[in-house]
Design a protein around this ligand. Structure first.
Ligand code: ADE
Length: 224
């Protein structure tokens, strides 16, 4: 979302060159010795996938880092806590008619897409002062989860701690292209387990976006 991209640009004080091509807008920038290609993927798995493939085709990319907000699926985690994806699954994939478990993409060599270990090791060393940084599975689907029963089902079935709408699609594209990736998401709502998720999402998405942007700044500070 625009709010998520703006938070990154502000947190890193980025000056950028804006490149427009077809339906894509890229913000080319740098931070310390890193060259950054920032792109607003839009909402949902297909938007996320086409934007990821576009930058992989257009630029020389060492790794993809997806940053943004998510709904919590864990009672242990609260608003503003940050989840780092150990791995990701597309929770709305359902080929049970062929005896595949929910989330399993047919003829794919993996059930979940794992984040790059060296990036995980670095991000998990970051010390947060007023919030938790939690490593766990994130699930993505083309659904805004705002329902206690659904949230509990997804959490239990997938062993997931957060849900959003893009991360697993980005991870999927990176897996196919053999590009390392990391997904960092700050929690904006409880996915309908406490109250109406939409309300808390609208209220807290800017705070959560800022928090995940600050974390990416800390990560870029320590990546060699
Ligand atoms: N992104 C932030 N909160 C979400 C939710 N509850 N469901 C899906 N995507 C989200």
């Amino acid at each position: 979302m625009q709010e998520e991209l703006d938070s990154i640009i502000n947190a890193l004080h980025l000056k950028y060159e804006r490149i427009e091509e077809k339906c894509f807008t890229v913000f080319k920038s740098s931070y310390l010795h890193h060259e950054l290609i920032c792109i607003l993927s839009g909402i949902g798995k297909v938007n996320a996938a086409i934007h990821t493939q576009y930058i992989l085709d257009k630029f020389v990319i060492d790794c993809i880092i997806n940053v943004g907000v998510a709904g919590s699926l864990s009672k242990e985690l609260s608003f503003g806590d940050v989840v780092i994806a150990s791995d990701l699954v597309e929770h709305d994939v359902d080929v049970a008619a062929f005896d595949l478990p929910l989330g399993q993409i047919p003829r794919m060599d993996t059930f979940s897409f794992s984040s790059e270990k060296s990036l995980l090791d670095k991000v998990m060393l970051i010390q947060a002062q007023k919030y938790k940084i939690h490593l766990g599975r994130i699930v993505s689907g083309d659904q805004f989860i705002d329902n206690k029963e659904k949230a509990e089902f997804i959490s239990k079935h997938f062993g997931a701690v957060a849900c959003e709408m893009e991360g697993a699609a980005i991870a999927h594209v990176c897996h196919v292209n053999k590009i390392p990736f990391l997904v960092i998401r700050a929690l904006s709502d409880m996915a309908g387990c406490d109250d109406v998720a939409r309300h808390s999402f609208n209220e807290l998405k800017d705070m959560a976006s800022l928090r995940s942007a600050q974390l990416i700044k800390q990560l870029l500070d320590v990546i060699g």
